[in-house]
Design a protein around this ligand. Structure first.
Ligand code: UD1
Length: 384
């Protein structure tokens, strides 16, 4: 069956496969799809790998962010890293063979990112990696492996912050492949902030603006080890004695809290920490925007807190997003309760909080990416 894209003589639009698989991909793919849609010379084909599949981890984001319905859902679901990555590869390869795109665009650092990049590269289809160059230098993080490998086989490396440029240079990536474009996740934040102000999440939870902390926690290094999880939860309970903490829990975290006996199945509170279901994009954005501080081990949330100018304590030993620390928003506090608590107290004592936006985090990153791709691929698509 011929591809629905290809015109018979090889002349035709620039054909772009966009890949999204897990929750943090969706807010990155949304502005890209919108920017590509504005270019008459571009046709897109959206692939959802199905890495995340729960209503609250996936469909809600498509709805709220106006992402078009995926052209295909590979429905891979959850499994070990090897099985999940292999399944995505097996199911993605026929899609690329069928569609014959001019480029495959992958975002972020999840298993779907590396799996689809690898398939495309082996089929000699150019790969564009959005959010390239970030490094935690911690190879025990699955995302770090995904980042390093995806960058190594990408043809277009779209970078969010200066550290990404330095890291790629140090790894010997030629300059002409690298483009400093800003941050597509911030494009989405800026486009949705007004809408998020209409969310009723604070009222529903009975919270006052600046009167609570918002927390997320899902990194395997924090939630898969009973002792580490217990330590972090211990510190958070102490914080909750002074400032209410709201914790929309990732399914993996909730499951482990129950398994390790920290939390009763179906419960909603952990010594004053409000444990709730994962929130949709707009509710979580408002929850963050109005918080006194954010506690997280997520990558993207460090960036979002920076633009919202809400102090962020990162419950990890490192960050791959050092610009958030450099501008003064983010502190890397690890998982030692004393360090977490003393950083918390310092934040509570700070009245004036300065935090300039990182360079090019201005809401226009996806437009810049579309410009680069269209310019580079226009000749290809017209058969020149
Ligand atoms: C993945 C990404 C991580 C990202 C996170 C955001 C990788 C290696 N990790 O981690 O970088 O920060 O998404 O959420 O790709 N589950 C559900 N419903 C879902 C999805 C997952 O219940 O819709 C549960 C399952 O028990 C599953 C577990 O969460 O086994 C882990 O899911 P998985 O996709 O393997 O990794 P995440 O921890 O979500």
């Amino acid at each position: 069956m011929p591809s629905r894209f290809r015109s018979v003589n090889g002349m035709g639009p620039i054909e772009i496969i966009c890949v999204a698989g897990a929750r943090p991909n969706f807010m990155k793919i949304a502005p890209l799809m919108a920017a590509f849609k504005k270019r008459p010379e571009v046709r897109t084909f959206l692939v959802h790998t199905g890495q995340h599949y729960d209503e609250r981890m996936s469909r809600l984001f498509f709805e709220q962010l106006g992402i078009p319905r995926p052209d295909i859902n590979l429905e891979v679901g959850s499994a070990s890293h090897a099985v999940q990555t292999a399944e995505i590869m097996q199911r993605f390869e026929p899609v690329v063979l069928q569609e014959q795109p001019d480029v495959v665009v992958v975002v972020g650092d999840v298993n779907s990112t590396i799996a689809c990049a690898l398939v495309a590269a082996k089929l000699h289809v150019p790969v564009a990696h959005v959010e390239a160059g970030l490094r935690s230098f911690d190879r025990r993080m699955p995302e770090e492996i995904n980042r390093v490998l995806t960058d190594a086989i990408s043809d277009f490396l779209f970078v969010t912050e200066p550290s990404g440029l330095a890291n790629l240079k140090a790894e010997g990536v030629p300059d002409e492949k690298v483009h400093f474009v800003g941050n597509v996740m911030i494009d989405t934040l800026m486009a949705n902030l007004e809408k998020a102000r209409a969310s009723r999440v604070l009222e529903d939870l009975g919270l006052e603006p600046r009167g609570y902390a918002a927390m997320t926690l899902h990194r395997p290094s924090n939630v898969d080890d009973s002792q580490v999880l217990g330590r972090v939860l211990g510190a958070v309970r102490e914080i909750a004695a002074e400032l209410p903490v709201v914790f929309p829990a990732h399914p993996r975290t909730r499951k482990n809290m129950e398994e390790f006996g920290y939390f009763e199945a179906g419960g909603d509170s952990l010594d004053g920490v409000r444990v709730i279901e994962p929130l949709g994009y707009l509710d979580f954005l408002r929850l963050m925007a109005e918080a006194r501080l954010v506690l997280t081990d997520s990558g993207g949330i460090q960036e979002e807190a920076t633009i919202l100018k809400v102090p962020c304590l990162t419950l990890r030993a490192n960050t791959e997003r050092p610009v958030t620390v450099e501008v003064g928003c983010n502190q890397i506090v690890g998982t030692d309760p004393e360090r977490i608590l003393s950083a918390f107290r310092r934040v509570m004592e700070t009245e004036k909080f300065e935090c300039p936006a990182p360079e090019k985090w201005d809401g226009h990153a996806a437009e810049r990416i579309a410009d680069v791709l269209v310019e580079a691929l226009a000749g290809l698509a017209s058969g020149q």
